[in-house]
Design a protein around this ligand. Sequence first.
Ligand SMILES: [Zn+2]
Length: 482
Amino acid sequence: MAWEAVIGLECHIQLRTRTKMFCECEVVFGDEANSHVCPTCLGLPGALPRLNAGAIRMALRLGLALGCDIRHESQFARKNYFYPDMPKNYQITQYDRPLFEHGTLPVVVEGEAREFALTRIHCEEDAGKSFHPERTGDRSRSRVEFNRAGTPLLELVTEPVLRSPADCAAFLVTLRRLVRALGISDADMEKGQLRCDANVSLRPEGASLLGVKTELKNLNSIKGVERGVAAEIERQRRALDSGERIVQATLLYDADHDKLAIMRTKEQAHDYRYFPDPDLPLLVVSEAELEQARASLPELPWRRVQRFVAQYGLPPYDAAVLGDSRELADYYEECAAGLDPKFVANWLMTEALRAVNERAWDVARWTAQVPAARMADFLGRVARKELPGPLAKQFIGWLADEAGGVDELLARHGVSVKGTAEDLRPIVKAVLDENPGPVAQYLAGKTVTMGFLVGQVMKKSGGQAVPTLAQQLLIEEMAARS
Ligand SMILES: [Zn+2]
């Protein structure tokens, strides 16, 4: 039978606030264990939570960007469970009255524009971290670390509207780009700033009922999500094809070994006994706060990509690559001002991004080393054919690794661009002398031979000739001789 996969995602987005959700402790990554804790985030008796207004301002930006319905009075609830990294024995989250419901994320999957519907987004606090013997190497003890406890999170839940591992990857890439553009999260999956669980079920193709779902927990890279979901779809397909029933379960995906392990089945599921947190008032969002959040929104990444297509005539693929981050998109627009936008796009996408990858840099490192003004000066000269192609490609490396303007770099590397007629005329004459056959062909009307002759001039000049000038001189010389 042909099966269709039905996937829903639950994403946790760590907000980049200075302090935690309900106390004044700083949010940091990588500091000494348990150095950013207080009675509130340690859950000591008598400590009271106080809401971080900055976290809510960030949340509002996301809700508005995704077109969610915003609840003007939402409520915090306690989710009760016992775990060593959860010192209060409950997590403060939102339950039946979340801050946001509905909304959509526009995503391009393999060239096709899709809109993935969301169920809800709510605010909550993160737990601490446990380190067990198999991880720490110390067989005698487990450790807990509370620096992360109380970090502000948004949990975003999609409807079961994704259909493939590729959908999941594209969704996460788009979400990551959005929260970075909004400035609300660094969304580095390796640091746990963006985490994802996936609910996966299969049903006969064309059916409308949902099959029994399983939940994949703690997928910590986009590749991991893609491969974990693919492995689970495959596992369920094999089971269903051989007549087995799917058991509702929570699974862990081990990305290193591409293996799935069942953590617990439904019988072991938690009953969290949610109830409204009596220590926190209703979360009230006023019209004025909403208006302020709306005014703080940047141009949304997908709108910017659309604008790159409309305004600069870029192909959608180029627009998507250059619009991948706010940094790169800003850089592109600065470089392209006054130059041919497609020409600039080509140079950034092929040569500049190649140089970035070869050096294992990120875009920020590149834009710091080669600011837009420096790059635009260089590209302007390439566009005006003052720097021949092969030299220009080599030049990208000099820009990346050295300081100085274009002229300085030329001088430092002892390169004199043969940019004047005086430089080139002797080479042009020699090429004409050495190639009587092609010259005769050209004069007899076979104009494509010009390409060959220009190529010979380029070769003889060591790639330093300006091709348009070479062509002009060849025509002049041939006219003078015939
Ligand atoms: Zn604290």
